[in-house]
Design a protein around this ligand. Sequence first.
Ligand code: GAP
Length: 438
Amino acid sequence: MDKLVSLAKRRGFVFQSSEIYGGLGSVWDYGPLGVELKKNIKERWWRSMVHAREDIEGLDAAILMHPKVWEASGHLAGFADPLVDCKQCKNRFRADDPRIKGTPGQPDAQCPVCGTKGSLTAPRQFNLMFKTFMGPVEDQAAVIFLRPETAQGIYVNYLNVLQSSRQKIPFGIAQIGKAFRNEITPGNFTFRTREFEQMEMQFFVKPGTDGEWLERWRAERMQWLVDLGIRPEKLRFHQHTPQELAHYAKEAYDIEYEFPFGWHEFEGVHNRTDFDLARHQQFSGKKLDYLDAGTNERYIPYVIETSAGADRTALVVLCDAYTEEDVEGEKRVVLRFQPSLAPLKAAVFPLVNKDGMPELARRLYDMLRQRFKVFYDDGGSIGRRYRRQDEAGTPFGITVDGQSTQDQTVTVRDRDTLQQVRVASDRLTDYVTDKLAG
Ligand code: GAP
C-alpha cells in the first residue's frame, strides 16, 4: 500500500488535504490525474444508472437539509459509535478498539497510547454527524448537520421526482454527492475519510417484490464492477448478520474487494423496506404513499438501495490496476486501468527536439486534445517518458520520429503489450477512439 500511496502523490492522483499545514486528518485532495480518474468512474456510473435506463431519474439535492430529516431518518439517535476517552493523554478510542486491554471504565483497562491503567472512561455514544449552525445565531435552534449519506435527499424529493418525471413504480432515483462522517478510526489512505463522495441509487418497488429486486440489483452491481475491469476473483459479497444490519435495513449485502490491507466493503446493496419513507411521512405530516393507478392500491413503496463510495471505488480501481513487472531485467510500474477509465488517454512525444519533430508532435497533440485528455512530454529520454506514462496508466504513447516528418506516420505504443504499430497521423483520432471503445 505504501508504494501505491507514494505513486499517487508523485503522479498527482491524491494529495493530503492542507499538506503545507501538516495535513488534516483523513481528508484528501485529488490532483490532476486523480480528479480525471474519479470523474471517469462517476460518469460511467451516471451513464449506466441514469442515461442507459428508462426507469431511473437523476437528482442533485443539497448537502444541508432540514434538521428534522435526521430525526426522522434515525441518524440523530442511532448513527453513533461507542467511544472511550483516556483521562491521562486525552486520546479517544472506539470502545471495541482491539488494542484496549481490560474493560473501559474499570481499573484494569489500559490506554493503548500512554499505557496508563484505569484512565479510560466508560463508553459513551458519539454521533458521527458533523454539526454546524445555520444563520448568524449559534444556538440550539440553529443547529444543522452535514449529511452523512446522500440517500435522504432522495427520499425527501421522492414525490417531486415521481410527479415531475411521470414515472411509475418500480422506478429509481440516482444521485452523486458529498457526504460527511466524523469517523473516529479513519485511515488506510482514502478508504475511510471524513469527507467523501457517494454514488447512491434508491429504487422504489411494490412491497412483496423487494426480495426479487434486491437480487436483481445485486447482480447488476457486481456485473458493473466486472465491466469496469476489476478482477472478479478480488470481488465478493458479504451478507450482513442481524448484528451488522443498519437500523433501516431488513437485508443487506456488502460488495467487498481484497485490498492490500484485507477484504473490505466499498459498496452496499440494501433492502431499506419502507422505513425511510414511512418515517418521513410521520415526521413531516405529508402523505408519501403511492397510488397504483392500475390496481387502485395505495402503499408506501419499499426501497432497494445501491450505495457506492466514489472514493472507495477509485481506490479499488487504483489497487486493482497497480502492477509491478520485470521488463528485460528492469522493474516497470504500470497502472493497468481499463482505457476508458484512464485519466490520460494518450501522451505525445517528439523523439528529439529538432528536425521538425516538435512541430508535428504539437500539431498532433492539439488535434487529439479536442477529443481526449492528452499529455505532451518532450523532457528526458524516450524510455523515461514511457515509464512516466506507465505510472500514470496512460494507454497509448504516440512518438513522432524521423520517419514521421517524411511520411506523416507515428508509432503508437500499447501500455500493456508494449507493442508498437505505425499509424497514419490523420487516422490517429479514429485509432484511439476505436481502441477506447474496444
Ligand atoms: N446510504 C447507505 C450508506 O450510506 P454505508 O454502508 O454507510 O451506507 C455506503 O456507506 C458506502 O459509502 C460505503 O460502501 C463506502 O464506499 C462509502 N463510505 C461510507 N463511509 C465512508 C468513509 N468514511 N470514507 C469513505 N467512504 C465511505
